[in-house]
Design a protein around this ligand. Structure first.
Ligand code: DGL
Length: 261
């Protein structure tokens, strides 16, 4: 029997689940390991040193699960330490790239929403600089990732309009944080324009990196997470939470967080 490819995903919390869903749509046969560091989330305003230490801890855990490759399903972690992590670990590590390119291919006036760390990063500046004939506004949202994390995991009320910059009328919005994808539809309605996120593009880059090719499915399979067979063994159709986020397994998979993507 062919060995299943093992893919690790890392995020500061639940945001990377949006990328996990995209990966599973592209390659449902792979086995996924998800490390959501919800104990330390949100990362957005933390120091580079702190973020690097947390990401190292997460990737060490994924390494113990013998992953063939890992995705930093977190724009902030990617912006801060993707290069450093590639030097530390021997498996391929793929980062997130805000979907500025597909948005710029279609529209002229673009708003990029991101955490403060991502918004100020050299990586994003460089990406935006590749499209000099487009009007691209990058806006740092200090509280939104944390508010979404708290909303989805603790039920804390969330008012999106408290976080989104108003009075601007872009032709397209790019979500530069994986948490925001949970509210893709609402953000699209708020700005009345098309919204782009990096999940699907990341999934495609991952599978071309692994040279396993895209398997097309006429209809994306629904994502079903089975209740745990025992409280000690969380193995949800090949997906598990690791680290401090282990306690999230029960809660998240019983809820329909993933099915809203
Ligand atoms: N999902 C993370 C990202 O894509 C959120 C970072 C945070 O915890 O602030 O940036």
């Amino acid at each position: 029997m062919q060995k299943k490819i093992r893919i690790g995903l890392f995020d500061s919390g639940v945001g990377g689940l949006t990328v996990l869903c995209a990966c599973r749509r592209v390659l449902p046969q792979a086995e996924y390991f998800y490390y959501g560091d919800n104990f330390h989330a949100p990362y957005g305003s933390r120091s580079k040193e702190e973020i690097e230490a947390f990401v190292t801890e997460g990737l060490e855990a994924l390494k113990r699960h013998k992953v063939d490759a890992a995705v930093l399903a977190c724009n902030t972690a990617t912006a801060v330490c993707a290069e450093a992590m590639r030097k530390k670990f021997s498996f391929p590590i793929l980062g997130m790239e805000p979907a500025v390119k597909p948005a710029a291919e279609k529209y002229r006036d673009i708003l990029v929403l991101a955490t403060p760390r991502t918004a100020e990063s050299e990586r994003l500046r460089e990406l935006v600089g590749r499209f000099p004939d487009r009007r691209i506004t990058v806006c740092a949202l200090p509280g939104l990732a944390g508010a979404i994390e708290a909303h989805l995991t603790k039920g804390t009320p969330l008012t999106l309009s408290d976080h989104l910059p108003a009075g601007i009328f872009p032709q397209a919005v790019v979500l530069g944080c994986t948490h925001y994808t949970f509210f893709r539809r609402e953000i699209s309605a708020f700005y009345n324009c098309e919204v782009f996120d990096g999940g699907e593009g990341t999934a495609r880059r991952l599978f071309s990196l692994l040279k396993i090719g895209r398997r097309d499915h006429p209809k994306p399979p629904d994502i079903h997470f089975q209740p745990p067979p025992s409280s000690k063994n969380f193995s949800f159709g090949g997906v598990i939470f690791l680290g401090k986020a282990r306690k999230m397994n029960k809660k998240l998979f019983y809820s329909n967080v993933c099915s809203i993507i």
